[in-house]
Design a protein around this ligand. Structure first.
Ligand SMILES: Nc1ncnc2c1ncn2[C@@H]1O[C@H](COP(=O)(O)OP(=O)(O)OP(=O)(O)O)[C@@H](O)[C@H]1O
Ligand SMILES: [Mg+2]
Length: 254
């Protein structure tokens, strides 16, 4: 073991929750939740509405702090990071919010260019344009860059949100309900896109989803949240073998 306490070593998980509690206004939302995501692995978080799935993602990027326990990203304890440290960790992460989170008064391309400018203000206009174009192509919106966010369809907005999360080529991608409200075909296209990112870039992903069919295609692990507790965590095959009817309600394809 090196004397830096394992910082920067290859041994720690991409993301780890250790006995995490989180509540709001005295109401507990997450209760002693522990799990980890290895590098390059895809975790799907399943569970009913209001069980703390989005809160779990927000803890990962430090939009919320745990009340107790630890949230570790690449071995760094999110609670102990200063502003600089937080910025550094967040740079490794792309976040697709449940709603697209684009700025309404800017075109899709302008929205995508913003994080590039912020990361590197000296980046050439050509460099920005080509990075935007290739990300738009990746999500199948190559013809839509000049459109304003309000004029995009629901499915296009989801893909735009994904483009926004992918533009900086993050090592860790956090995705909140990529396919909710979409038809099966469009949802399938988003799944295929995420699978492509997984296989081509080995991006670590955490995907919150209600779509068990999609989760089974892409997830290496499932985490099932139920009333603030981690009901189950493991590989889908392993969970399929458990005789727990409550768990099976969440993970069977019906
Ligand atoms: N900023 C906040 N302030 C107060 N309460 C919050 C806040 N964020 C989330 N909550 C509460 O925490 C609980 C979990 O919310 P969360 O958004 O994580 O649910 P979810 O599992 O993502 O649900 P859905 O599937 O509907 O998106 C809810 O009761 C919600 O009202
Ligand atoms: Mg949510």
């Amino acid at each position: 073991m090196s004397d830096n306490g394992g910082r920067g070593s290859q041994h720690h998980a991409a993301i780890a929750f250790e006995q995490v509690d989180k509540g709001f206004n005295g109401r507990k939302v997450l209760d002693k939740v522990s799990f980890s995501v290895a590098r390059g692995e895809v975790l799907c978080i399943l569970g009913r509405s209001g069980t703390g799935k989005s809160v779990t993602l927000k803890l990962m990027i430090g939009l919320h702090n745990a009340d107790a326990g630890k949230v570790l990203v690449e071995g760094e304890d999110m609670a102990t990071l200063d502003e600089d440290g937080l910025v550094k960790v967040r740079r490794k992460m792309g976040y697709m919010f449940q709603s697209a989170a684009l700025l309404d008064s800017f075109s899709l391309s302008q929205n995508l260019a913003m994080p590039l400018h912020r990361l590197d203000p000296t980046k050439s206009p050509d460099g920005v344009r080509s990075a935007v174009a290739s990300t738009l192509r990746q999500v199948g919106l190559e013809k839509d860059g000049e459109k304003m966010p309000a004029t995009l369809s629901g499915g296009m907005q989801k893909r735009a949100g994904l483009a926004r999360a992918l533009i900086l080529r993050p090592e860790i991608l956090l995705v909140d309900e990529p396919s909710s409200g979409l038809d099966r075909i469009t949802a399938g296209e988003i799944d295929d896109l995420l699978i492509k990112v997984k296989t081509e870039r080995h991006t670590t992903m955490v995907i919150v989803t209600h779509d068990i069919h999609g989760a089974r295609k892409i997830g290496d692990k499932f985490a099932v949240l139920d009333q603030g507790r981690l009901l189950a965590f493991g590989a889908p095959k392993e969970l399929d073998g458990r005789q727990d009817s409550r768990l099976q309600q969440f993970i069977s394809e019906r």
